[in-house]
Design a protein. Structure first.
Length: 118
């Protein structure tokens, strides 16, 4: 259900999509997902340091970088389910014994906007 992956996020305005794609793939990245806000680079945990190092060597600012558990399959939810899931995840994150909380939930942008408006 979850797989350990290297995840590196770069702001979209920090670098051109073609440049980061070429750089990351040459360094060993497996996938790059770009949108209007950011470039998300996925790699194996074994190639994480090499990919991150290549980006840093190119003087590109990294917004975040970590090896984390990424869901292989996601589940889209409606507004009511999203509210419950967010409350549960907040409670788990606030618990003293929790170190990391992972989820396979996919909250569509319009529902996410409604959650933030509430």
């Amino acid at each position: 259900m979850f797989k350990q992956r290297g995840v590196i996020v770069i702001a979209a305005d920090a670098v051109d999509e073609d440049k980061i794609m070429e750089l990351a793939l040459e360094a060993g990245a497996e996938d790059i997902d770009s949108d209007a806000t950011c470039h998300e680079i996925m790699c194996t945990p074994e190639s994480y340091l090499e990919v991150k190092g290549a980006i840093e060597a190119a003087n590109i600012d990294i917004a975040s970088a970590e090896v984390s558990m990424v869901a292989e399959n996601t589940v889209a939810v409606d507004l009511e389910a999203a509210k419950k899931i967010v409350r549960l995840m907040d409670a788990l994150e606030d618990h003293d014994d929790s170190q990391n909380v992972s989820s396979n939930v996919d909250i569509p942008d319009d529902i996410f906007a409604q959650l933030n408006a509430d």
